[in-house]
Design a protein around this ligand. Structure first.
Ligand code: PLP
Length: 431
């Protein structure tokens, strides 16, 4: 199209696709097929041997999903991406691609509750130890590292605390040790490009802002292509020693000719192949539809959320507002440094009346939906202490920043006056 780099607004509409060559279809077709006819046996062998990249079976790749992968990779400045069934699948596979039983990962404590459970329980049961450290102190990642540490993990704008992660600082520590930083950028697409700050891999729950319509679960793993896996051979054995699950391939060598995609190709051809958490082509299509308007939506989410934060800060029952605009010092400086174009659509606040007030507030809402989701075009609310975080013990609740009277809002695209009127009504109900 042009040699000049395209802007995000343009990439969101065009990256990875230009009219179907056989039909002229402008919209990306939904390739609702399980399998693909090989031209001949030579073609089939080349595909299986990864001498040529192409469609084999929809559990591993699909042409509709391929457009989604290319589009998100382009928006994030990555070299390739992998679409998967959910954000949870993306987080798990991003780590399982390089960590096996006996290995460990160092993660920020500031995590989505589902990720916390995955890390603290399920991965641990599978033999991958996740060591939790304070994200405010980048050096804590280094202190928790040992010879079996394979990755660092954090969220860009973790809810409920909404304190932006020191991406460049931790990425630099990791790169010096041969450890990639995996960033969950679910809450800040477009606002932050973690790869630009040194992260090696980005994961998304596409269920949230990327889709935006709240209709489809999906996830993505984006490979930045700038992490030197081969230079860290002892540190990253999964990509640097013969892989028995792929006829002894040494990934960093086997796919050199295809570009710096050893990591994402192993994620696809080993983890996705074996675990099978594939995204359906229909969901990939739905998420692509969402991405077309992502730049417009993110800016309205940011604008409305900032106005809600400002309004909440003036309400007597509210003891604390959690939003980057209310932060000070280093924490605020990180929000200003890493988020461009706004502070995202999430706002938290604490009610003086604790659990009881939190529940009454939620029950008093009429416009905002009471759901366990974020990033929908509609405004959403939840009281984590009685829902998403209720399975976590007290220590985990404190580490993740959930207090009894904490309410999380995901501010949508409605008229700001209507959002505030509903919040006002619910605050009266909680009084
Ligand atoms: N990461 C974050 C920050 C999330 O908020 C969520 C879901 O709420 C996930 C990951 C998991 O995504 P999914 O629900 O698509 O599996």
């Amino acid at each position: 199209m042009t040699d000049r780099p395209l802007h995000p607004e343009t990439l969101a509409l065009h990256a990875g696709w230009r009219a179907d060559p056989s039909t002229g279809s402008v919209a990306v077709p939904i390739h609702q097929t399980t399998s693909y006819q090989f031209r001949d046996t030579e073609h089939a062998s080349a595909l299986f041997a990864l001498q040529e990249l192409g469609n084999i079976y929809t559990r591993i790749m699909n042409p509709t999903t391929d457009v989604l992968e290319k589009r998100v990779a382009a928006l994030d400045g990555g070299v390739a991406a992998l679409g998967v069934a959910s954000g949870q699948a993306a987080s798990a596979m991003a780590l399982q691609t390089i960590a096996k039983a006996g290995d460990n990962v160092v993660s920020s404590t500031a995590l989505y509750g589902g990720t916390w459970n995955l890390f603290a329980n399920t991965l641990r049961d599978q033999g991958i130890e996740v060591r939790f450290v304070d994200p405010a102190d980048p050096r804590s990642f280094e202190r928790a590292t040992d010879a079996r540490t394979r990755a660092y993990y954090a969220e860009t704008l973790p809810n409920p605390k909404l304190e932006v992660f020191p991406i460049a600082e931790v990425a630099a520590i990791g790169r010096a040790l041969g450890i990639p930083l995996v960033m969950d950028n679910t809450a800040a697409p477009l606002l932050c490009r973690p790869l630009d700050h040194g992260a090696a891999v980005v994961v998304y729950s596409a269920t949230k802002y990327l889709g935006g319509h709240g209709t489809s679960i999906g996830g993505l793993i984006v490979d930045g292509g700038s992490f030197d896996w081969a230079a860290a051979a002892d540190r990253q054995p999964a990509l640097n020693s013969p892989d028995p699950s792929y006829h002894g391939a040494i990934w960093t060598q086997a796919v050199q000719a295809l570009g710096p995609i050893a990591y994402i190709l192993r994620a696809r051809t080993v983890l996705l192949r074996d675990l099978g958490a594939a995204i359906s082509p229909f969901n990939a299509f739905q998420i692509l539809q969402g991405i077309e308007t992502l730049p417009l939506r993110m800016s309205r989410h940011c604008e409305n959320a900032a106005r809600v934060a400002d309004w909440l800060a003036r309400q007597g029952q509210v003891t604390r507002v959690i939003h980057p605009s209310q932060q000070k010092g280093d924490v605020r400086a990180r929000a200003d440094r890493y988020l461009a174009g706004g502070f995202g659509g999430l706002v938290g606040f604490e009610l003086a009346g604790g659990v009881d007030a939190g529940r009454k507030f939620i029950d008093g809402l009429e416009l905002l939906y009471h759901v366990a989701n974020i990033g929908d075009a509609r405004s959403l609310a939840i009281h984590p202490a009685s829902t998403t975080h209720s399975q976590l013990d007290a220590e985990a609740q404190t580490a993740t920043g959930v207090s009894p009277g904490y309410v999380r809002l995901s501010i949508g695209l409605e008229h700001i006056d209507d959002i505030i009127a509903d919040l006002d009504r619910a605050l009266s109900a909680a009084a």
